[in-house]
Design a protein around this ligand. Sequence first.
Ligand SMILES: [Zn+2]
Length: 103
Amino acid sequence: MALNKVWMANHDAKTRPDHAEADGQEVGMDESFDVGGEQLMYPGDPAGSPGNIINCRCTVYYTSVQSLESEDEIGKALTKYSKTIPQLAVTREEYRALLRLKR
Ligand SMILES: [Zn+2]
């Protein structure tokens, strides 16, 4: 079971340049993103400096490295991470759908 996570920035005038740059960055689920020179496990990770995490509206979505056998397996893999990565979206498509609903 191998999942990667991908940083996804909100693109608008308020988006931090470092975060826009991190958009699309893909790392392993247990690895951290490099955002503006800081190591963040997810958007808003308290390990980052306040200027890098406060009001961050970025999110992450997962992508599977290998093809997963079933949705059940994906669910199991995500359950493991949902507690540690609060912003984890289910899939890129679902996240896009959520963004559309918000507007
Ligand atoms: Zn952000």
